[in-house]
Ligand binder design. Structure first.
Ligand SMILES: C[S@@+](CC[C@H](N)C(=O)[O-])C[C@H]1O[C@@H](n2cnc3c(N)ncnc32)[C@H](O)[C@@H]1O
Length: 347
């Protein structure tokens, strides 16, 4: 079982959060160990002071090195002398799900919370502490950042959530965002739940979810895809969108043309179709069989032009698949995450 120790000037603030809800239950159920330690218990004066004015002047107080060092040493004596120390700091590397996964595999670690102007930097060096930030902004103390880290790590521990699907399909676990979620009622203010989610067909639902993970990531956080590519994740050179509805042409342009000819598109949808289709045809006229092929330079814009077309299909409750291939005609992995990166001058 993982053991997380938090060294802070405000242990009750941390306890209040860590005793409630999922984390509180997991602690009581014996799935995780979390301890909050009061750095003030290690003050060497009768007023329990653990901070002092900064050398060189300036506003605010700085937390002294010795009480912090003594507190962390006492924790190590209980938990293990090899425990890693993490200092929550706006100067650290921003926390990511990858870092959370890494820490979740340890037997435990210690989190140090600063407050006021921060801590005497010598204790960070002495403890060889890793600095982790919760983002490029400053909050008043390390407690909220520490709780974010502890919560993110704790929920990956066996027994804390009902099963691994509860976190592995969520945003960031696979460097993708989650697919859109819906609950009752089926229609709310004229907005319907996609038909596929009501179909009871688990395979189609799974395919839709995978496709939407990609589509949502491309729309909201395209840079995550680049990060995935940079860490060696697979990617493809080509991309196509296929209508997946019996009676409709597979090619998304032909499918939409057919809907348009049958006067099934609203005038607004028609405008969106014409605008995006024109753009896509201009930049990427290549076609192999039924596959539309997209080239490096235009990939992102191409994808962004595809999404409104997918939205039209969705609005008409028509299924579609986004398919990425390593060369035209060959599917390497449907709905996995790829970014088109290479120029293809001849095919
Ligand atoms: C007001 S901040 C000190 C900021 C420090 N003077 C600086 O400019 O880098 C007080 C404490 O809050 C915590 N803290 C503030 N912002 C944080 C962030 N973005 N991520 C993690 N911890 C943060 C740190 O523990 C820090 O020691």
């Amino acid at each position: 079982m993982i053991r997380i120790d938090i060294a802070t000037l405000f242990p009750q603030m941390c306890e209040a959060f860590l005793s409630e809800s999922i984390i509180g239950r997991a602690r009581r159920g014996g799935y995780i160990e979390l301890f909050c330690h009061d750095i003030r218990d290690y003050a060497d004066n009768k007023h329990n002071r653990v901070d002092d004015k900064p050398y060189g002047g300036g506003t605010g107080m700085v937390m002294q090195a010795q009480p912090i060092y003594d507190c962390i040493s006492a924790i190590k004596a209980q938990a293990g002398s090899d425990r890693r120390v993490i200092y929550m700091s706006p100067q650290g590397k921003p926390l990511t799900q990858q870092k959370v996964k890494e820490l979740a595999c340890l037997d435990g670690f210690i989190i140090l919370c600063g407050h006021y102007e921060g801590v005497d930097c010598r204790v960070i060096e002495e403890l060889d502490a890793e600095e982790i930030s919760v983002g490029d902004y400053v909050v008043t103390g390390g407690e909220l950042p520490a709780l974010i880290l502890a919560d993110a790590v704790a929920r990956l521990q066996p027994g804390v959530l009902p099963n691994s699907d509860a976190y592995s399909l969520e945003s960031h676990y696979q460097r993708l965002l989650e697919y859109p979620q819906y609950t009752r009622p089926e229609i709310w203010r004229g907005r319907s739940v996609p038909q596929v989610l009501l179909s009871g067909d688990h395979k189609s639902v799974e395919e839709w979810q995978k496709t939407m993970q990609t589509a949502v990531t491309l729309k909201k956080r395209p840079e995550l895809l680049a990060a995935r590519r940079n860490d060696g994740s697979p990617y493809a050179k080509y991309l196509t969108v296929k209508a997946a509805e019996p009676g409709l042409p597979e090619d998304i342009f032909e499918a939409l043309t057919m809907l348009s000819k049958n006067k099934l598109l609203s005038s607004k949808e028609k405008k969106i179709f014409v605008k995006n289709a024109e753009y896509l045809h201009n930049i990427l006229p290549l076609k192999t069989g039924k596959q539309r092929i997209f080239l490096k330079a235009d990939a992102q814009e191409a994808i962004e032009s595809f999404l409104p077309l997918c939205d039209i299909l969705s609005a008409h409750k028509l299924n579609f698949n986004i398919i990425y291939t390593d060369f035209p005609g060959k599917i390497i992995q449907e709905s996995e995450i790829y970014v088109v990166t290479e120029d293809i001058t001849d095919t």
